[in-house]
Design a protein around this ligand. Structure first.
Ligand code: E4P
Length: 218
């Protein structure tokens, strides 16, 4: 499963890319608002693309098809790694089809149902982003959605990749792996929770303490 970092924070992106922990980046307007400050978001997208050798999702702001197409084309020109993110609306699906016919990859975002995911796949989406954490937030079962979309995409051999989004904790990642999701995007905090284990830390301390007692060099 591909692991994407859900942030526009360049320091976090450099750290994770340098450790080879990530396969791509997702951003959204809220994450860009937190990270950009006075900088031009397009410059930040370019810098992210030069840092990470993989898909970098950049979201349109327009809500009508023609302006989404125009923004999507501008975003795609920034770098080959850019995947244009459009919302799961009627216009978003029209824009998805249009951008795909021009060879531009599209991530359809804000997906909350199997029927939405099905329509996005039919519109040629490269990625579908179901927001599991936001479903859990309103007492739903976000991961059920992932299992159902997996089944539908397999039933009909859709090539759209399931990109589990709005991940809140490592169990969301475990479930994504077990359900056969293609990608999972997560905030930096969750990424580092994936590799931490208290028994690893305890074991390492004990090994180092014993070596110290031995008093030898390697
Ligand atoms: C996905 O692409 C979104 O950027 C993201 O996962 C949303 O997560 P949130 O619900 O924690 O804001």
């Amino acid at each position: 499963m591909k692991i994407f970092l859900d942030t526009a924070d360049l320091d976090q992106i450099r750290r994770a890319a340098d450790a080879n922990l990530i396969d791509g980046i997702t951003t959204n307007p809220s994450l860009m608002m937190q990270a950009a400050g006075q900088r031009d978001p397009r410059e930040i997208f370019l810098e992210i693309c030069k840092t990470v050798d993989g898909p970098v999702s950049a979201e349109v702001i327009a809500i009508d098809k023609n302006n989404m197409l125009a923004e999507g084309r501008r975003l795609a020109k920034i770098h080959d790694n850019i995947v244009v993110k459009v919302p799961l609306t009627e216009d978003g699906l029209r824009a998805c089809r249009g951008l795909r016919s021009e060879g531009i990859r599209v991530n359809v975002t804000l997906c909350f149902s199997v029927t939405q995911a099905h329509l996005a796949a039919k519109a040629g989406a490269s990625f579908i982003s179901p927001f599991v954490g936001r479903v859990d937030d309103i007492s739903g079962e976000g991961m059920d959605l992932i299992g159902q979309i997996r089944q539908v995409y397999d039933n009909y051999a859709f090539e759209t990749e399931i990109l589990v989004a709005s991940i809140r904790h490592p169990q969301h990642v475990v479930q994504s792996l077990l359900l056969g999701a293609d990608c999972a995007t997560m905030p930096p905090k969750v990424l580092y929770q994936l590799l931490k284990h208290p028994l690893t830390d305890l074991g390492l301390s004990a090994f180092l303490a014993d070596w110290e007692k031995l008093g030898k060099e390697l």
